[in-house]
Design a protein around this ligand. Sequence first.
Ligand SMILES: Cc1ncc(COP(=O)(O)O)c(C=O)c1O
Length: 407
Amino acid sequence: MRPIEASDKLQKIHSDIRGPVYEKSQEMRRAGIDILRLNTGNPATFGFKMPESVRNALLNHEEEAVAYCDARGMLKAREAIAAYHTSRGIAGVTPDDVYIGNGVSEVAEMLCASILNFGDELLMPRPSYSLWSNGAYLAGAKPVFYTCDEKSGWYPDVKEMEKLVTDRTKAVLLINPNNPTGAVYPPEVVREVVEFARRHELLIISDEIYDRLILDDLPYVSTASLAPDLPVVTTNGLSKSHLICGFRIGWLALSGPRELTAPISQCINKLCALRLCGNALAQLVVPAALEDEQSTREMCSPGGRVYEQREAACRALDELQAEGILSYNKPHAAFYVFPRVADHIVIKNDRQMAFDLLEQKHILLVAGSGFDWIDMQHFRLVLLPEPDELYKAVKDIGDFLRGYRQD
Ligand SMILES: Cc1ncc(COP(=O)(O)O)c(C=O)c1O
């Protein structure tokens, strides 16, 4: 018998966060080598603890989560999520517009399966966290990337979107705040994207999983709050804001005229029913977590870990920038930065660079091409280690780059 042929739909799927360089790092760890894992935004692996609000919500309530719950998610959790988005200015979100899944990852896949036909196009940012392009590929559709320009703070450029839109474009995706750039889009930029979607009658998808992790008191607007008359899907979750990636709690909320979103909700209802329900135990914590904005705010304020780690990384990056080794835009949200290695350090293959860094300095990171980026000079750093360790790691990366050549 011949080997079973794999599906073509998976050929383009990639996740460099857990790709070949990661595999090599696992091998090194098994051999007893200590690796600083800056490849994934997984706070608990750096000693971040879940907030007390979450712990208390879990304790003594487990009996409530023993049965399958509503396929869309527990009612109390969906009520809390609807109230959260309402408080962010999105009109008309009810618990019936909310679908809870095993992380944004699951609901993103459900959404792509629900809206994309073979050959359809999904406009999305690059650099880009690979979840959404993979969702498009899995649905047999095509991600079409608009470039976020580092010369303009990594903001999206609507003029480029205008050139990319075709009669197959189904939706436009914003990731705000952004992974991997740490950019927060000013309200006027978000408004431009909303107007673009309105002109072309596109669904807007707004991935806002980092909306509670904004630093420096930057103004922030939830996309759907600017588009009450348009169909918008907002995704969010507790993985990052409440440091519980492993709980797998994410959701999507539909907003806009119901007659426009009804076909999407019908499909998502079907997909939710197929998997019976999300993880009910984790859903127990949603109301308490969304009520507890304080713990996230503290982390992101001066003196808090997320803030101080960003500052430590930037101190080291500033020194490398002054030396001409790299340049970067200061991130204002989440825990990522996407620096650019100076041109005189020619990198022909950025995955090889990540591999060499791993071997020489025992630091694991993801190269820019893992984010569908257009050149070989970038990499993403995860800003989760404690400030001193992070400062040293960035300086070590500088030492590595200073002498680095690819033939
Ligand atoms: C922009 C963005 N969206 C979604 C996710 C997925 O989050 P989860 O599946 O844990 O909810 C991530 C994870 O890093 C992310 O960076």
